[in-house]
Design a protein around this ligand. Structure first.
Ligand code: MTE
Ligand code: MO
Length: 521
């Protein structure tokens, strides 16, 4: 029988065997991985040879551009859902969305090659645009995304091309393994070894052995009551809360760091790392607090900061009359509006380079961050600081101001019960109720504890180490069986009691009484 011979339709080109949908999807994902991997590698190379302004690779740029455009409700949702892991969640989310988009593009390309390639290129252009919107980005910073996208397009065009002739699209599992491996290795190498990261680590390690100039501080014995379960008076760096908008922690080589004072000044001043090192450093105990801290929350921490007083730098520049604000800028574009007075009065507002004796950790702002007693972090504690612009509240707004937070942020007096924890079950008898209270730059004069509806009773305060830090307190409670509510309230050094009114963190800090319920057996 020869009637079904293919020769009956000799003019048609041989039809490509229909490939399963998921082949196209996988081709798209591998093309995307190649694009991101190559872009990351090229970006880190450009940074290493000093040809880039240190812009993050496309994924981080897309994530960062997204963060800066996040409406406040979504940001609040992310922080309350993912806590301080919100950035990891965003990164994972960006990767998942991108992978799904690439899969869809791959399917499209398998059906209609040109349409698929065009959409892929458009996504690449969006990524490049995201890089360009990052603070300090220049034209050269789009190069990694362009190179990566070109390679992704090449892969996709080869993979999705109709399997005509001998070259065809090759064995799909082979191209997936090779393409995927190249993309993954490039991404890993680019982010692990790339950029200035190594030089930054070397410059940070050098500070470890550098001599400490200036006066050393001793923390008074008795500032820490050492009650089990009570947060330590000084929080170790590894346990210190971290809040910032940086999707990838900036790793700055201290040798490249500069800080300039601009704006309403008699003369602009610029200092570099070496100059800063030569200054007389001061050590100060300062408790940082995040305005987003809820009543009873843990976005607060105390450390010894070593640095040069900001007021001395500002004095060199000479702020002009009429200025009332300093707009601090970070290398990643974050800005904070700090009252000029808080940086020029006699408080210990520092350009800090050490935290608890260690070189500042990268996550906490290496090489230099600002620490200002008495103000929430978002208006004062700029990490990776690069510019101080002397200006006015009328002329300039900081990062969080248009996002629903007050332009000024003095820390509100508050107190927290650390132990026993909410929901704890304790034995009847003497129970140590303990916690922390803070009224930075005023000081704490009294803490009171209330059990159920009984009268407020005074707790014992730890030794007073500094008006700029939290103060520990403990109350020996004679616990009787049953369910009990324990409340705490603090008085500042002026005798002013903390506000009992319940207010959410936005726009200028939460208020209310911390209450924990415990069961006594
Ligand atoms: N560059 C930069 N600095 C920043 C921020 C930021 O997003 N970027 N966040 C501020 C906020 S809101 C707080 S509460 C403190 C937190 O400092 P920490 O992460 O060292 O605890 O840093 C401040 N400095
Ligand atoms: Mo914050």
């Amino acid at each position: 029988m020869t009637t079904t011979s293919p020769a009956t339709r000799p003019e048609t080109a041989p039809e490509a065997p229909a490939r399963p949908l998921w082949w196209g999807a996988l081709d798209g994902v591998v093309a995307g991985l190649l694009t991101v991997g190559i872009a990351t590698l090229v970006a880190s190379f450009l940074t290493a040879v000093g040809q880039s302004s240190g812009q993050p690779a496309p994924i981080a740029a897309v994530g960062g551009a997204f963060i800066d455009r996040t409406p406040p409700w979504l940001k609040d949702f992310a922080v309350s859902t993912f806590g301080t892991n919100d950035k990891r969640a965003l990164l994972v989310g960006t990767v998942v969305v991108l992978a799904l988009a690439c899969a869809a593009i791959g399917v499209l390309a398998a059906r209609r090659l040109v349409a698929g390639l065009v959409v892929f290129a458009v996504v690449g252009v969006v990524g490049a645009a995201a890089v360009l919107t990052r603070p300090g980005a220049g034209p050269v910073d789009v190069l990694p995304t362009i190179v990566g996208t070109a390679i992704g397009l090449w892969f996709l065009s080869r993979a999705a091309a109709p399997a005509s002739g001998a070259s065809g699209a090759g064995n799909p599992s082979r191209r997936w393994v090779i393409g995927g491996a190249v993309g993954a290795v490039a991404a890993y190498a680019g982010s692990a070894f790339g950029g200035d990261s190594a030089a930054a680590t070397v410059s940070r390690d050098a500070l470890r052995t550098a001599p400490l100039t200036g006066t050393k501080l001793t923390v008074p014995a008795g500032a820490d009551l050492k009650v089990p379960g009570l947060s330590p008076y000084i929080v170790p760096n590894a346990d210190f809360y971290r809040i910032d908008t940086a999707i990838v922690v900036p790793r700055i080589n201290a040798a490249d760091w500069k800080l300039k004072v601009t704006g309403m000044v008699d003369r602009e001043v610029e200092i570099d790392w070496k100059t800063l090192q030569s200054k007389q450093m001061q050590e100060a105990l300062v408790t940082l607090t995040c305005v987003s801290n809820e009543v009873g929350g843990n976005l607060i921490g105390n450390a010894v900061w070593t640095g040069w007083p900001v007021r001395e730098l500002l004095a060199m520049a000479g702020p002009k009359a009429g200025a009332d604000m300093v707009l601090q800028t970070s290398i990643d574009g974050f800005t904070a509006s700090t009252p000029l007075g808080a940086l020029t009065d006699d408080r210990n507002a520092l350009l800090a380079i050490r935290m608890n004796g260690e070189p500042l950790p990268f996550e906490h702002g290496f090489p230099v961050r600002v620490v200002v007693p008495g103000l929430y972090g978002y208006v004062s504690a700029t990490k990776w600081v690069t510019e101080l612009k002397v200006t006015t509240y009328a002329a300039d707004v900081a990062y969080w101001t248009p996002r629903g937070w007050s332009a000024m942020g003095p820390i509100k007096t508050a107190s927290r019960i650390d132990v026993p924890q909410a929901g704890a079950v304790v034995k009847a008898g003497t129970v140590a109720v303990a916690g922390v209270a803070w009224a930075q730059h005023t000081g704490i004069s009294k803490v009171e504890v209330q059990v159920d509806q009984q009268p407020w009773t005074q707790a014992r305060l730890a030794a007073d180490a500094s008006i700029d830090t939290w103060r520990q307190w403990v109350y020996e409670w004679q616990a009787t069986p049953g369910s009990h509510d324990i409340r705490v309230r603090a008085y500042d050094a002026k005798g002013q009691v903390q506000s009992p009114l319940e207010a959410p963190p936005a726009p200028d800090g939460a208020t209310g009484i911390h209450v924990v319920n415990v069961r006594v057996e």
